[in-house]
Design a protein around this ligand. Structure first.
Ligand code: HEC
Length: 188
């Protein structure tokens, strides 16, 4: 073996050994779309605005605002809690993935909001793994569907590298609009 091929083999071995670690550090990298406000808070995109208590990107996707010390808007905080009651058993803590379900922090680097909602409502089979890999359809589960934006917002903040690992601390009370939506969604 010449030096080059030894180096290459070592690199391959290192990639195999540290596969998980590499993914995590990539997550903490800030996505190029993330916008830093004058007071140092992070928004998913430039021009994001708060609409009826919820941050929205100019494209109309539900979104987050993260300040120093993991201080977040209501929805990011709520999404953290909902994710950890409905999804983490399969997808791992904080969206990092597990041996039997994909890392959603990676998924959301490319998956759109509407595709995300579609997969959760209708399920998905054998796309991530080729056999015996089933994401259940959760469209009838109100504890999921009434909080789907919250879960998306939280995972997107993690995926964008805007929210460090750990429990977020909420920066604001639950908006009245969220209260009203929740009541009608859970009853309807
Ligand atoms: C019972 C285990 C289980 C639960 C609970 C679960 N998932 Fe999944 N999910 C999976 C598996 C397995 C896959 C991969 C399916 C495949 O191979 O196509 C998946 C796939 C997905 C995908 C597509 C990812 C990709 O990269 O293709 C999304 C998005 C997703 N899940 C979101 C969620 C969310 C959000 C929740 C909680 C509301 C949730 N899942 C709860 C097992 C689960």
């Amino acid at each position: 073996m010449n030096r080059l091929s030894i180096g290459y083999a070592a690199l391959l071995a290192a990639m195999m050994i540290t596969g998980g670690v590499t993914t995590v550090s990539a997550e903490e990298e800030l996505a190029p779309t993330v916008f830093k406000t004058e007071d140092g808070a992070l928004l998913a995109a430039k021009g994001s605005e708060k609409d009826e208590g919820k941050w929205m990107t100019p494209d109309g996707d539900p979104s987050y605002k993260i300040e120093a010390g993991r201080k977040t808007d209501w929805f990011t905080y709520s999404g953290f809690r909902r994710y950890h009651s409905e999804c983490h058993v399969c997808h791992g803590p904080e969206g990092v993935g597990s041996t039997y379900a994909p890392a959603l922090t990676t998924t959301l680097k490319t998956m759109s909001y509407s595709d995300f909602v579609g997969v959760i409502a209708s399920g998905q089979k054998n796309v991530w793994r080729q056999s015996n890999s089933i994401m259940p359809a959760l469209g009838d589960n109100k504890n999921v569907m009434c909080y789907i934006d919250d879960i998306y917002i939280y995972l997107k903040a993690r995926s964008d590298g805007a929210l460090p690992r750990g429990r977020p601390s909420r920066n604001e009370e639950k908006p009245q609009t969220a209260r009203d939506f929740e009541n009608s969604c859970l009853e309807g």
